[in-house]
Design a protein around this ligand. Sequence first.
Ligand code: DNO
Length: 395
Amino acid sequence: MEKTWRWFGKRDGITLDMLRQIGVQGIVTALHDIPNGEVWPEDRIVEMRDYIASYGLRWSVVESLPVCEEIKYAGSERDSLIERYIASLENLGKAGIRTVCYNFMPVIDWIRTDLNHSLPDGTSTLYFDYVKFAYFDCRILERPGAEKDYPAEILEKVNKMALTATEADRLALIDTIIVKTQGFVNGNISEKDNEPVRLFRQLLSKYENVDRSALRANLKYFLEAVMPVCNKYGIRMCIHPDDPPYQVLGLPRIVSCAEDIEWLLNAVDNPSNGLTFCAGSLSAGPQNDVVSMAERFKDRTAFVHLRSTQVFPDGNFIEAPHTGGRAHLIELVRIFERMEPDLPMRVDHGRLMLDDRDKGYNPGYSFHGRMYALAQVDGMMAAVRNEMENSSDRR
Ligand code: DNO
């Protein structure tokens, strides 16, 4: 696999010079300053590509070319937004960028309730607390009918939490769930918005009539429309699975398990319709056996995210060390290292450790934490290559 790194552009405190020194080969980035729904101009793409190349690296993957909500819920502007998406793909294709990661999660991308969960060794990591999330849904969003989506014992804890939660706790939860984690990845809500909850409710309301099968139909419609330009340039669209991989806030989520992925790959059976195998997201669903999913979908995997989680019986989950947890990264490296040598892989999410604090990194995207994880995965890759060489020697 090609060792890549998610880099947030020239304003990122982590420089390409630093990345070159730690063995990174390819860059995963986006034109983050261009609002969702606008065409990415060819000259901007070329400028970014050449800037990356000037450090001896390559722009391996676009993460993400965001899909507007209107495309997901099939609003009246859907077709013109798809036209613009195609124009961006055309410009990427001309510039030789061939791997494009996107997701089809309605309204909310990845979800965590705590961005600084302390660990006994002094580092901190990301955490999902099911009760806090239910509290956000029932008591902050006050989504009609939300209570029926949670078991009685969780609602009991939500009620307890309501007795003690302060205004500061409530604001912190809003900031974490719909501002800090979302702002840098999907642009629906940003730090500048002073009424994030109102905006969020508005977005949710767009999906009142969109169930699972409607969302599937909208994804198929989108993919069928973009396949011709992808085939023309050899672009592989690779969808990011839902994080966490189950339905939330009454919204359908359709890339959560093996059956969903099977459906998606068959619905548009085209090599340009591929998968981002995000081991961390998939591992947060107790229904998922991540290793068997990797074996099953490896041929349609165009991009690999390596991280792992530990899921607790109460529905909470934590980011596990890259050497542990439910995702079994060693086994995944055994599978993906045998695929094409330039299959892009990035380690995903790292702890906050050493000098990472107060650097203003996007949540999950620390420097030392990710460097540490990359070194661990690099070691796994070297061991697996060694196994492969030894077994072919024997043949
Ligand atoms: C979070 C990321 C996701 C991912 C997008 C891809 O850390 O894994 O936000 O980039 O879902 O579209």
